[in-house]
Write a protein that binds this ligand. Structure first.
Ligand code: SAM
Length: 285
């Protein structure tokens, strides 16, 4: 067994450094020995592909990534973990830990400085309190990465991977499908973490698309429409667009008519193509 999934070793190192878990920082560390090797295998890092990790914690996933990737750059917000990581990852010389907030970092610059033009993937057990904004930051910044393999809460995984036009879909499904082709890789039970969270998790992989699945006159309008449409998901589209885009209901109805969509349709029924049509109608208006 690897020492980083040996619960008494991990507890020992953490207590030696006076570390206590912070719920606010989403600190649930993986202790199930089968999960990290699987994530490192499936994320696609290798001798020619570097890896970026968000939130290494005590380094259990970092350790597995470093066995596969030629270089791992891990960004950790909690400074208390830096001495822990120096100890737990001391066997590797291909890991760089960066102290900082991954939400605020200039990731494009970081990739350029650390990996040049080489292939890079992101692999992380994301802190649950920033799951969606972190995924959106990684996608929207159009980083030179080929995929994101991330552990998120199971419910978030289902929502993120749901095909737009299906009942489970939400704003995040449409946004994610614009940039990537998502797949649910495997589920992870809550007992796999220290401390155990209240809900199960899942690992998903977002394979970055070279071209978006729909062509648009204006990308911003697409995201405005998607956000407005799901702002009140139980209401009809004309109502949610009217309040979400701050326009009279008659204008929202005209927008939908222009896109050939019935006014009483609902956001969850819209495919990517239909959202694109509404966005183009908005751009023209
Ligand atoms: N990778 C470790 C594992 O799987 O055991 C830890 C995962 S834990 C769910 C999330 C980690 O993200 C914690 O170490 C936490 O301190 C860190 N974190 C929280 N917010 C962060 C942020 N904004 N930027 C970078 N790291 C963050």
């Amino acid at each position: 067994m690897d020492r980083l999934t040996d619960i008494s070793y991990v507890k020992g190192v953490l207590s030696k450094h006076g570390f206590t878990f912070s719920k606010a920082l989403g600190q649930n560390f993986l202790i199930n020995p089968s999960v990290c090797p699987k994530m490192a295998e499936l994320c696609g890092c290798g001798e020619n592909t570097g890896a970026i990790e968000i939130g290494p914690g005590a380094g259990v996933l970092t350790n597995e990534l470093a066995k596969k990737a030629y270089k791992v750059v891990a960004v950790e917000l909690d400074k208390r973990l830096l001495p822990v990581l120096s100890e737990t990852l001391c066997d590797h010389d291909n890991i760089k830990v960066i102290s900082g907030d991954a939400m605020k970092l200039d990731l494009k610059r970081l990739i350029e400085e650390e990996f040049g033009n080489g292939d890079v993937v992101v692999c992380a057990n994301l802190p649950y309190y920033i799951t969606s904004p972190m995924i959106m930051k990684l996608l929207e910044e159009k980083l030179p990465i080929s995929s994101l393999t991330v552990m998120v809460q199971k419910e978030a995984a289902d929502r993120i991977c749901a095909q737009p036009g299906t009942r489970e879909s939400g704003a995040i499904s449409a946004a994610v499908h614009y940039y990537s082709s998502p797949e649910l890789l495997f589920k992870v039970s809550k007992g796999s973490f220290l401390p155990a969270p209240k809900v199960d998790s899942a690992v998903i992989k977002l394979n970055i698309l070279k071209e978006p699945p729909v062509s648009l006159n204006d990308e911003k309008s697409f995201f405005r429409v998607v956000k407005a449409a799901f702002s009140q998901r139980r209401k009809t589209l004309s109502n949610s667009l009217s309040s979400g885009l701050s326009m009279p209901k008659s204008s929202a109805a005209e927008l939908l008519a222009g896109a050939g969509i019935p006014a009483n349709a609902r956001a969850e029924e819209m495919t990517m193509e239909q959202f694109a049509k509404i966005a183009d109608a908005l751009t023209q208006a």
